[in-house]
Structures are given as structure tokens and as C-alpha cells.
Design a protein around this ligand. Sequence first.
Ligand code: CP
Length: 330
Amino acid sequence: MSEVDTAGWTRKDLIGLEDLSRREIELILDTAPQFVEISKRESGIKKVPLLQGRLVVNWFFEPSTRTRASFELAAKRLSADTLAMSASTSSSTKGETLHDTLANIEAMHSDIVVIRHGHAGAARMLAERHSSQIINAGDGYHEHPTQGLLDAYTIREHVRKARRDPEAGLDGVRVAIIGDISYSRVARSNIWGLTKLGARVVVCGPSTLMPPGIEHMGCEATTDLREALSQADVVYVLRIQLERQQKALLPTLREYIRLFRVDRESLKAAPPHAIVMHPGPINRDIELASDVADGSRSVVLEQVSNGVAVRMAIMHLLVNSGKGWQKTED
Ligand code: CP
């Protein structure tokens, strides 16, 4: 593998896409293809020594399949040592603070700490006070930046293929994000990331799941699914996060399905070339019909594959860009 350029990356941490410039997002996306190649190696070792001797800690306070596995695999493919910590088996159950736990982990010389936590701001709070390089793997309703980046990468790959242009970007690409906008950190990271890359984003869902003033993030908003789908190049379906809803914000799931489910019938409103995405896990036949999720327009598993390469790119940029860091501050 030729040397992977890290010039242009100056951040210690990755907390959210709201913080990043278009150039920084493009740097991550442009760094990822080399790592896609490594993951696809048919013969030979799917590993490079870019993080050899480094320690990557996966610290998850909420359940995860994709993000956790993807970070672990990405770290291993970069030859890092990995340590998995979960809330239920750590001393946080005995009242230890996040700062104290991290200070103890740092005493064992951690380099990168990947954290998923139920509270918005948890990753930033740790990044401001600790020397470990923090990657936010999802903080409450706030952001899930690596999901936003792997989604942008996946969309860009499809745009490049459709236009037969290996340099094409996302300018003017129309993305409809459907579902539970209020409770979705994935929606927030995608809105920040995609709009910075020049995409036109429309969010769509029940008014009770639509944050007031969402348009200030640079997107449009509608409660009409067919209107949202009518010009979409990308149909991005969100998971209904029943576990996060303290109030009854949906009249009934049947009503939600009738008005907002992406299925073969509602998808007729979208242009035939539109691809279908979902961050996972899917509530099958609630927000997304099974036959669409498993159908030819779905790129759900491509998102997962690309996630490993994008996370390898992020960890490589964070660790190997030199130490002239821009600190994470409010
Ligand atoms: N997309 C996503 O964050 O999935 P997990 O919750 O399984 O990590």
C-alpha cells in the first residue's frame, strides 16, 4: 500500500459533523478508498500497520451491532490493539464518573477512545479534558458523525457510478431523510454532512417527530412523504426509535406505517434511479418494507461495508496527522 496522505487534518477528536468544514469531510471521504481496497483483498492479509502499537478503546454505554463491530474491525485492520468496555461490566455501575474511568484507561496508555453514550455532549466533554483522541460513536440525540460520513461516502460512490465520473461530488444531489427526525442523531449528522457537501436535503416525518426550526440546519422540511420522495436521488429511511420516546408522539404505529413507511407503493413516488438507505437496525415492515430493504435499490449492506473503510480512514487521520492539533472546545 502506498503511503496514505494525512495532510490537512488538524483535529485531535471527531465529535460531530457540525464542527467540520467541507474540506475536512472531503479529506475523510478521499482517504477511505485505499482502505476499501484493503478490506476487499481476496488473497493476502487484510491489514496494514498504520496503527501498530496503538490502543483503541471501544467504550459503549448503549447497544450497538454495526458501529461497535465496525470500529473493532477497522482498528484491527490498522493493526491496533483493541479493548472493549461496556457500561454494564465496568465500574460506572458502582458510581465511577466518566472522567475517572477515562483517567484510569489513560493510565494504561490509550490512544483512541470510541464512545457511545446516551447523553448528548458526553464525547465533547471527555475530549475537552482528556488527552485521548475521542471519536463520538453516537451521543444521545446529538450526532453520530461516523454514520454520517459512511453515508456520504456511499452516496458519493453511487453518484460517481451513475454519472460515470470518478470525481463527481454531492453538489445538487437530492436526499430525502424520512422518519423520526427529532430523536435521530443520524439525521442530524447527515444533515450537517450532506448539506456541507452541497446536497439538497429534505426531511420528512410526522410533525410530532419534526424539531421546530430544523430548516435552520440548511434543509427543507415536509410532512408529505410523496412530496419528499418526488425528486429524491437518495431515500434515507430512519429507524423509529421507540426506546427514546418518553411521550406518545405517534398516534399509532399503524398510522405511521400508512403515512410514512417506505414500501413498494410509496416508493413509486421516487424517481426510478433513487437508492434506498437505512442506518440499521431496521424495524422491518414499520419504517421500511422488507422487500424494499432486501431489494435491488437498497444499499443498506454497502453502507455497512463502507463503514469499516471510512472508520479506518478516520482513525488513520486522527493518529498519523502529527500532533499540531486543534483542540476540541465549545
Ligand atoms: N447504525 C448504527 O449505529 O447501528 P448500531 O446501533 O448497531 O451501531
